[in-house]
Design a protein around this ligand. Structure first.
Ligand SMILES: [Zn+2]
Length: 157
């Protein structure tokens, strides 16, 4: 049970004011910090870094496509744009997650990363196995990160 900071008496957990002296109770629970945002932030930063790497590696295929079907270039373009947004917004989300700030931006960044990993599936030449292999790890990292962020959303300013 928390104690009143003014008179030292025990006060009920949900009390706004101390029953003994009437002082406003500062709720320590509200300011207590978990390690979820740290884990989530690190995972998001790793996933964002990998996103830029994979986007670069898969986009390198553009040069080998040359004059082939326009639909492939279109797929590469979507992948490149989505990968770039995923990387940039993911980095921002990771940093804000570590600082426990700007929850809406964190969620937008995490989803941008998820979408970026999903669009790697558009890459037309790599086999489905290698694409799934590339996507699944970071995808799970970001999904876990989102779960951790939602668990600790009250800690965000
Ligand atoms: Zn008191």
């Amino acid at each position: 049970m928390p104690k009143c900071s003014k008179c030292g008496e025990s006060v009920p957990a949900e009390a706004e004011f101390c029953p003994s002296c009437g002082a406003a109770v500062k709720h320590m629970r509200a300011t207590k910090k978990s390690s979820y945002p740290i884990a989530a932030g690190v995972m998001t930063l790793i996933a964002a870094s990998l996103c830029s790497l994979f986007t670069l590696v898969f986009s390198a295929g553009i040069s080998s496509v040359g004059q082939r079907a326009a639909i492939y270039s279109f797929a590469y373009a979507i992948m490149g744009v989505s990968g770039t947004y995923g990387f940039v917004l993911g980095l921002i989300a990771g940093i804000f997650t570590l600082r426990r700030r700007n929850l809406p931006l964190v969620i937008v960044g995490d989803y941008a990363l998820l979408i970026a990993y999903a669009t790697i599936g558009l890459e037309p030449y790599a086999g489905i196995d290698s694409k799934v292999g590339v996507m699944i790890g970071p995808f799970v990292l970001v999904a876990l990160s989102l779960i951790f962020v939602m668990k600790s959303r009250r800690e965000f300013a």
